[in-house]
Design a protein around this ligand. Structure first.
Ligand SMILES: Cc1cc2nc3c(=O)[nH]c(=O)nc-3n(C[C@H](O)[C@H](O)[C@H](O)COP(=O)(O)O)c2cc1C
Length: 209
């Protein structure tokens, strides 16, 4: 009887591992993102209560629905005239968000609400200077070409705070990262000369308790 119970526990353990282990992700030229569910997440005041930095991530992957919602929160279009979920000085809309996933690096196109491939390499592993980032499923990189660097930094701050709040509202972990390899990112993301990397943010589900 004991043996059977042990066997059942082992099988269940393996099944959970299989479910938790990320499958090989396909590299696609374009990824059409699902529409955000505007009813998802917990209320704002509870979310603010839970906002915090986490530097630990489990192996579960962030699905396209969550990715779509967090990118829309970061810099999505929320009005018919194309304006965004974040304010920008003189409505400059200068912030670009790059999404570094297992399958490659993509640029988020807010107007089309989709991802456009910029590099098939898994850059997220080399972009960060801290080891724990290697456990994160997704790395967001905030880029601007705004000549006013103070404004650009404020725009990135609005976006990473929106993402941080979205994470707190659905239970994702995140950490804002200033310690990143900006030169490598500039090169590998094929940025223009006047584009510059402001900051990054690592995201992932928590480890299972
Ligand atoms: C602009 C900025 C840069 C940051 N850079 C890093 C970083 O490179 N590495 C890191 O581990 N945490 C980084 N953090 C996270 C902070 O250390 C963290 O927010 C702070 O300790 C407060 O913790 P809390 O977010 O849980 O309130 C950064 C946060 C901000 C706002």
């Amino acid at each position: 009887m004991k043996k059977i119970i042990c066997l059942v526990i082992m099988v269940l353990g393996v099944c959970t591992m299989v479910k938790e282990t990320p499958a090989e992700e396909k590299t696609e030229t374009e990824v059409v993102l699902p529409q955000p569910d505007y009813q998802s997440g917990r209320p704002l005041m509870q979310t603010l209560q839970d906002r915090r930095t986490y530097r630990e991530f489990g192996p579960r992957i962030i699905n396209d629905q969550n990715l779509a919602e967090l990118l829309w929160a970061a810099n999505g279009v929320n009005r018919p005239d194309g304006r965004r979920t974040i304010p920008t000085a003189r409505d400059s809309r200068d912030l670009d968000i790059y999404v570094l996933k297992q399958g490659g690096a993509y640029r988020y196109n807010p107007d089309r609400h989709m991802l456009e491939l910029v590099n098939p390499a898994a850059l997220r592993y080399t972009a960060a200077k801290q080891d724990f980032v290697k456990q994160a499923d997704v790395l967001l990189v905030y880029v601007s070409n705004n000549q006013n660097k103070e404004y650009a930094a404020m725009h990135a701050g609005s976006a990473y705070q929106n993402v941080g709040l979205y994470c707190a509202s659905v239970g994702l972990n995140n950490v804002v990262l200033g310690m990143i390899d900006r030169d490598m990112l500039h090169k590998e993301l094929h940025l223009n000369e006047d584009d510059y990397v402001i900051i990054a943010q690592a995201l992932g589900w928590p480890k299972k308790k």
